[in-house]
Design a protein around this ligand. Structure first.
Ligand SMILES: [Fe+2]
Length: 178
């Protein structure tokens, strides 16, 4: 279930806002320049051509954002590299371009750090999120990751994490699988 918790950056235990309502999530994230939408899901199986199934949605996004490269990240809970993959983006970082993800299966926790607030956004299937270039954030797929996300890039070569060196991520909730 999609859920947003907003914290003061100094307190990762008591949320100032806690909502699972899509409209409220969209509004709160919109105020800090993060696009969030919930889109209808389509049936998928293990062999589905995900980019083909969602071709219309991808075309719409590409028209708006000028994305030149699109791929699919799909990870199962028994993936042998899951710990290394999880660790890669667990610390606060930024990118030189927007981070655009459309979750079509499973879930992942994006945490956004803007001014003195921390936004813990649990994305689930059907969620589209776009984290603006330069915004501090981190991402947790959890200890038993399970998600499929369509990733859209303007320039995949430029999509490199710049780590801020802050340890703030350790003070906020991680992804706990239901
Ligand atoms: Fe990132």
């Amino acid at each position: 279930m999609s859920r947003l918790q907003v914290f003061d950056e100094a307190d990762g235990t008591t949320p100032l806002l806690d909502t699972a309502e899509a409209a409220a999530i969209g509004e709160a994230l919109g105020e800090i320049g993060v696009a969030f939408e919930r889109w209808p899901l389509k049936p998928l199986d293990a062999d589905s051509d995900i980019l083909g199934v969602y071709a219309d949605e991808i075309a719409r996004l590409t028209e708006q954002g000028g994305y030149r490269s699109i791929d699919v990240a799909r990870i199962a809970p028994d993936h042998p590299e899951r710990d290394a993959m999880r660790g890669k983006f667990l610390s606060e970082h930024t990118h030189g371009e927007d981070e655009v993800r459309f979750f079509v299966e499973g879930e992942g926790l994006f945490t956004l750090h803007h001014d003195a607030r921390v936004f813990n956004m649990l994305c689930s299937a059907g969620d589209l999120i776009s984290v603006p270039a330069g915004m501090r954030h981190w991402f947790d797929m959890g200890a038993a990751p399970r998600f499929t996300a369509i990733r859209l890039f303007v320039n995949p070569d430029g999509w490199i994490a710049q780590f801020t060196g802050s340890d703030i991520a350790a003070r906020f909730p991680r992804l706990e699988h239901a």
